[in-house]
Each structure stands twice: as C-alpha cells, then as structure tokens.
Design a protein. Structure first.
Length: 249
C-alpha cells in the first residue's frame, strides 16, 4: 500500500499546480496558503522544493511563484509523444495488417522503454503489452533497437544499473549485450526471442528525428512459431515502417 504521508504530499503538489491558470499565473506564499487553507510554513516548503526542482520559478520583481522550465520541457516531451502517436498510427495499422501480428510503439525513458501505442493482432493467440508499462531497455527487441544507437556512456549507465535475467533468454552479460548492440546498429534492426515474454519473437527498428537522434522504436511481436515462418518479410516491413516514420519527423 502507498505511504499515507507520501500520498498526502503528492496530493498537495497536485493542488498547487491546479491553482495556476491563464488568469492567475503567479501566486505568493501568503495568498496561496490562505486559498488552500494550509500553514505558511508547509506552503513555503513545498513551493521551495518545486522551485529547486525547476517545476516552479520565482518572479524576482514580485517574489511570487510561477510555472517553471521543467514543466515546459515535460510539456514539449508530451506533445512530441502525442504527435508521434498520431504520425505512426496508420503505419502501425498497415504493418499489423500485413504481418498479422501485434505492432508496438516504444519510447525511451532512462534505462527503460515505455509502450505508448499498440495495434493488436486479430489472432486468437497473440502477444501484446500494456500502454505505459515500463520494460528494461536491454530486454526485448524494441528496447534494444533504441539502446543500440545510444552513445557508449549511456549504454554503460544501463549496464551499471544492473542486467537482470527476467527469462532464460534475457541477456545479463555486459560484453554479450554490447556485441549484440553492435550487430543491431550495423543491420538496422533487432530480433529477440523470449527475453521479456517467454515464447514471443520480436522484431524492431529505431525511429529517428530530423537530427538523427533515436527517439522511439516500432516493432512486431508475436508467437515464435508463427513469426519464424515469415521472419524475412516481417523484418523488411518493419524496417520500411521505421524508415517512413523517420522521414516524416
């Protein structure tokens, strides 16, 4: 169960953010504490913490608090993800229709990846993922398709955080992982078998922005026995889909 103190703090932070609007972009400690019926000390402590984290900033002229640069940054990321989902949707539908399998769209999030959209297979037996569910970036095709294009120091960060063997097929050896990532980068796609979902085979390719930074991956996921029958065609289709999306960004 969540810690009650943590839950109350989170609730207070949420209430503070909800107080800001177009009509009221700034708040002072006294007026905010009065409006929320909190003590000035509690209000000031939370505001200071949010300011130190960049979520709020203090107007030097009025000493009042306003929304900070970190929220602008996060808003930009959210907008980019929404735009990517809209852009990729038809490509994902087409890829799923041609392969008969589930198609996933993942983005990096530190040492993990997160599925932000999916088109599920119509087959009775299929694999899928939960939207918003984090998966270790080194476990599975979609994560490795992104990780392979990371700079060496970021790959080391992932390794130093620990390689956990989630299934019998998950890579937990650093040198083995680096060799595999090198191959993935050379050929432009990743292929994994049962590294996160036992019995699944995944094929994925990276998606790049206009500055050639890897920002996502698109992948096909299905039962190993079915995917292997058409693996060459599926791989080519996945590569084409990723290239098409990269060309639109």
């Amino acid at each position: 169960m969540p810690n009650s103190k943590t839950s109350k703090t989170t609730e207070k932070v949420t209430k503070i953010f909800e107080m800001f609007s177009i009509n009221k972009p700034e708040w002072g400690v006294t007026e905010l504490s009065s409006e929320l019926d909190w003590s000035k000390s509690v209000t000031h402590r939370i505001l200071s913490t949010l300011e130190n984290s960049g979520f709020l900033q203090q107007n030097k002229d009025t000493s009042k608090y306003q929304l900070g640069y970190r929220l602008i940054e996060l808003g930009s990321i959210a907008r980019q993800n929404i735009e990517l989902i809209d852009l990729a949707r038809e490509e994902m539908k087409d890829l799923s229709k041609k392969t008969g399998e589930t198609v996933l769209l993942d983005i990096p999030d530190g040492i993990k990846t997160i599925c932000i959209d999916k088109v599920e297979s119509n087959a009775n037996i299929k694999f899928t993922c939960g939207i918003g569910k984090p998966v270790p970036i080194y476990a599975g095709a979609l994560g490795k398709a992104i990780l392979a294009y990371y700079p060496e120091e970021k790959i080391d960060d992932v390794i130093n955080a620990g390689l956990i063997k989630h299934t019998d097929n998950t890579t937990d050896d650093a040198e083995e992982l680096k060799k595999e990532l090198h191959v993935i980068k050379q050929r432009g796609y990743s292929m994994t078998k049962g590294e996160w979902n036992p019995g699944a085979l995944g094929v994925a390719s990276p998606i790049f922005d206009h500055q050639e930074n890897v920002i996502a991956s698109i992948g096909v996921l299905g039962p190993e026995y079915r995917m292997e029958k058409n693996i060459d065609t599926i791989t080519v289709l996945c590569l084409l889909a990723a290239n098409n999306l990269s060309g639109k960004l």
